[in-house]
Design a protein around this ligand. Structure first.
Ligand code: F6P
Length: 349
């Protein structure tokens, strides 16, 4: 069997572990050939391909990023894109294409199935927002990086008696904010799933400070939105005026600036901002993410050999299962507000 492989969308720790597992299982387990496409769907459209073998993938397990490169290119938003994809797959003699990606990349894979392309999906994203799997690899590393950052912010916040607003990624899901905020003992966790009331946030911070806590960490997800607009919001977003990507996503980031400014204005507590940004996606994966990525990679090759096309491998109750790609894409998994209120709530101000 000749397997094509690509990584699409935002990179995340664990991609190389998955690539390695696929190549090892395919070559050593089944005697398959594997070819890798550069930069996601762009490489398939442009026939940018190279062979991948056990020797070239031996040392990549702990490496961050993706040795294949990635992009947010969408063949369905590119003139003649789908025809180019089909031509390349035919020309390269690819029997099955394994697409490692999030909602966008896997959405393209599912659409290509309708054009008789044999595809198997592997889920990845630091956002953890794919509904058909309990966890995606990349998420655990991002949460650990954010937690480490919060621990460091805490000591400087305490020394200066400040509020530090720490902005984390996650797009329209508050998973990183919730788990890192809980692990880091944040005073407030603001997520996209629940519009926040800045007045209430300030009152709770004031109450904590009145009780003798003279510094606080506020963790805010990049996609969090206020219930009502407030003064400092004007022009605060990094996204304003930026073009949408090929999947129609706006660029998020910057809400923390307005929140910190407003907290300082309303409470008088000196406030600072840290936007963690792409540091959350960089560097070596945690042990958990390496293992999950490896399990997904092995299971994806098995799915290819079982002819389980148009499916995605997923984690369910500790087991690796297969789910139809159709179920896996399009529905975002967002934070259950019960978790936020009942479990995290008692720890917050
Ligand atoms: O989807 C992963 C993610 O890291 C989001 O959390 C974030 O909004 C986005 O990608 C950033 O994308 P880019 O790398 O294009 O700036």
């Amino acid at each position: 069997m000749r397997i094509g492989l690509l990584t699409g969308g935002g990179d995340c720790p664990g991609l190389n572990a998955a690539i390695r597992a696929i190549v090892f299982k395919a070559e050593m387990g089944y005697g398959d050939e594997v070819v890798g496409f550069a930069d996601g769907w762009r490489g398939v459209m442009e026939d940018a391909v190279r062979p991948l073998d056990v020797n070239s993938c031996r040392d990549i397990l702990p490496l961050g990023g993706t040795i294949l490169g990635t992009s947010r290119t969408n063949p369905y938003s590119t003139d003649g894109g789908v025809e180019k994809v089909l031509d390349t797959l035919r020309k390269e003699g690819v029997d099955v294409l394994i697409a490692i990606g999030g909602d966008d990349t896997l959405g393209v894979a599912h659409k290509l199935s309708a054009a008789q392309v044999a595809v198997v999906g592997v889920p990845k994203t630091i956002d953890n927002d794919l509904s058909a799997t309990e966890v995606t690899f990349g998420f655990d590393t991002a949460v650990q990086i954010a937690t480490d950052a919060i621990d460091r912010l805490r000591t400087t916040a305490e020394s200066h008696h400040r509020v530090i607003v720490c902005e984390v990624m996650g797009r329209h899901a508050g998973w990183i904010a919730t788990l890192a905020g809980l692990a880091g003992g944040a005073a407030e966790i603001l997520v996209p799933e629940e519009p926040f009331d800045i007045e209430a946030v300030c009152k709770r911070l004031q109450r904590l400070h009145d009780k003798g806590q003279f510094s606080s960490i506020v963790v805010i997800a990049e996609g969090a939105k206020p219930a009502k607009p407030f003064r400092s919001l004007q022009g605060a977003s990094d996204a304003s005026g930026k073009p949408l990507d090929q999947f129609g996503h706006e660029r998020l980031g910057g809400i923390s600036n307005a929140v910190a400014e407003e907290i300082e204005a309303r409470t008088g507590f000196e406030s600072r901002v840290t936007i963690l940004g792409h540091v959350q996606r960089g560097g070596t994966p945690t042990a958990y993410d390496r293992v999950l990525a490896t399990r997904f990679g092995v299971a994806a090759v098995e799915a290819c050999h079982d002819g389980a096309f148009d499916t995605m491998v997923a984690l369910h109750a500790g087991e690796i299962i297969r789910v139809p790609l159709e179920e896996a894409v399009g529905v975002s998994k967002t934070v259950d507000l019960t978790l936020l209120h009942d479990v995290v709530g008692p720890f917050l101000g």
